[in-house]
Design a protein around this ligand. Structure first.
Ligand SMILES: [Zn+2]
Length: 116
């Protein structure tokens, strides 16, 4: 399962960033083309984070939709509505406008006595 591998990677990165503190929230940025099922990742996260400093933590996932841009008219539109890579406005050829295959940790929030 792809999500399990991803969850394990997030866990080790989050633990590395937390410097031994218990983790409250891990903010993730996930691109539409990263091939991640959000719900599935959540379940995998619960599984891998059990009995670690990340147990009971929350994954805060920011989903980044893939966007296309037309080579002819320059207009942007979401990939979701257009799998043919053709511009809905002029019929021109479109290409990806952003990198929607990324997956990275935006921030790690720990439980901190000075900040409750
Ligand atoms: Zn166009």
């Amino acid at each position: 399962m792809h999500e399990m591998t991803v969850a394990a990677g997030i866990l080790s990165a989050a633990l590395g960033a937390s410097r031994g503190k218990k983790i409250r929230t891990v903010a993730l940025v996930v691109g539409e083309l990263a091939g991640i099922e959000e719900e599935c990742l959540g379940l995998c996260w619960e599984a891998v984070s059990e009995d670690t400093l990340c147990s009971d933590s929350r994954l805060d996932i920011r989903y980044v939709p893939a966007e296309l841009v037309c080579r002819d008219c320059g207009r942007k539109f979401p990939l979701r509505e257009n799998r043919m890579l053709l511009c809905p406005f002029c019929g021109g050829e479109a290409r990806l406008a952003n990198r929607a295959d990324e997956l990275y940790i935006a921030s790690v929030e720990t439980y901190d006595k000075t900040n409750t």
